[in-house]
Design a protein around this ligand. Structure first.
Ligand SMILES: [Zn+2]
Length: 352
């Protein structure tokens, strides 16, 4: 089952023309924002891709979810259609007639499209994020909900009534959507008159994997305390050749950049930034200028906290979790925001 879904999604999700991943430790074939040298070029699924707009439910909590699910196939399918996740208006390819939605027992949505002319049938999921899945739509809706609430795999397994492998797999697909969105909408931090903090850190492997091929992975990060947003990237080296182009891509020109005295950052002033440093061997905060890297260090802590919760996170999953972290910061600060925006971004990735 896992391998079938794997094949399905490796075909569907990634229309990547050019792919260059640094470090080589990410999930194969999956472009991640945190792992990229930004040479990805996505082919839009269709030229005239329409971006569906979601009118978010006023509140989305466990009661509202239960109400929808209690409404049966019809309520669940209508909700998913309203959110742009399943097709609604479909015309028959050969004869041009509008297909009618009729009930069909045993299909994942409970419905099928049928042409009133030639009687041809089509699934509601064709071309969607859920194409080829054998899970009932109510389970998909629940998985979207529990991922948004950061419910653990073990708990979601029990709540939804599917295997943990299925939860792991769909959670990974959701993180793939996060990566896609981040690459579509690259972040720019700072700006003239504002301060960002930069730092590097080792992303430590979870304890679960201690003793087995531990490999240190360096991450480089930028934090913008005003926007309350950060950027993380896995880096193969911590030299100027690696770090300066990342800063130029992520930090707006003219920004004041605070860092420690790591020599790779020495060229920053020559690149149009105001560069101020703190000597960490003497102070955490420079007593005269007030320069510090406290915010970016707090940012590392937040990222690592999220990792600790993912007990048993395989090292290959690190990039996808880093992307999830950045995505939640921008689009999913609350469960409700995550729930609405995850569906919005799925519908953008799979315009129907
Ligand atoms: Zn027809």
């Amino acid at each position: 089952m896992l391998t079938a879904l794997d094949a399905l999604h490796s075909r569907q999700v990634y229309d990547v023309c050019a792919l260059s991943v640094q470090g080589g430790n990410s999930t194969p074939e999956v472009p991640r924002a945190c792992d990229a040298d930004q040479t990805f070029l996505y082919k839009p699924r269709s030229e005239n891709a329409k971006h569906s707009t979601i009118k978010p439910a006023s509140k989305m909590d466990i009661f509202e979810l239960s109400e929808i699910v209690a409404g049966g196939d019809e309520a669940v399918t209508t909700e998913m259609q309203r959110n742009g996740l399943l097709r609604t208006d479909v015309h028959c390819q050969p004869c041009g007639r509008q297909l009618t939605q009729i009930r069909k027992k045993g299909s994942t949505t409970g419905f099928v499209f049928r042409c009133p002319g030639c009687r041809r049938k089509e699934a509601l999921t064709t071309g969607s994020f859920f194409a080829g899945s054998h899970l009932a739509m109510k389970k998909h809706l629940a998985l979207l909900y529990f991922w948004s609430c950061e419910t653990s795999v073990a708990e979601a397994t029990g709540h939804v009534g599917v295997s943990s492998a299925t939860v792991v797999q769909w959670y990974l697909y959701f993180r793939d959507i996060c990566s896609w969105k981040l690459l579509q909408a690259p972040i720019v931090l700072g700006g003239v008159g504002t301060v960002v903090q930069i730092d590097e850190s080792v992303m430590v492997r979870s304890k679960y994997h201690r003793g087995r091929h531990r490999r240190q992975r360096w991450v480089f990060g930028v934090y913008d305390p005003q926007q309350r947003q950060g950027y993380i990237q896995l880096v193969p080296r911590r030299d100027a050749t690696t770090l300066l182009p990342i800063i130029q891509r992520v930090v707006a020109p003219g920004t004041t950049v605070w860092s420690d005295e790591w020599r790779a950052y020495a060229g920053l002033a020559g690149l149009g930034y105001v560069h101020q440093t703190v000597n960490h061997s003497q102070n955490f905060t420079d007593p005269v200028s007030g320069v510090c890297t406290n915010h970016v260090e707090a940012y590392w802590c937040a990222v690592k906290r999220r990792f600790k919760r993912m007990v048993g996170t395989a090292s290959g999953m690190v990039p996808s979790y880093l992307d999830e972290h950045m995505w939640r910061e921008r689009w999913g600060r609350t469960s409700k925001m995550a729930y609405v925006n995850l569906q919005k971004h799925i519908s953008e990735r799979y315009p129907l």
